[in-house]
Design a protein. Structure first.
Length: 87
């Protein structure tokens, strides 16, 4: 059984302009999501260390701050990473 990957040139030839645009948008969205996930994880670690709390409690604190300020969790995480504290 041949499990070789399909030829990239053939895959590219099979894509039309709309497909390429959709793939680029998907890559951009995934890049933003990955960056946000890493920042949230870093912020949780900062809160865990500074407050001596569990992962779950740190995440809950960020969610509470997010709801109280009507801001996205990723924006709260950015503040925590920059300042070391919840806004």
């Amino acid at each position: 059984m041949d499990l070789a990957a399909p030829d990239d040139r053939q895959l590219a030839a099979d894509l039309d302009g709309d497909d390429v645009g959709q793939l680029r948008a998907q890559v951009a969205n995934l890049t933003v999501a990955l960056h946000a996930s890493r920042r949230i994880g870093t912020a949780i670690g900062i809160l865990m260390a500074s407050h001596k709390i569990t992962y779950e409690r740190a995440f809950a604190m960020m969610c509470d701050a997010s709801q109280n300020a009507n801001r996205k969790v990723r924006d709260i995480a950015d503040d925590v990473v920059e300042t070391g504290a919840l806004p």
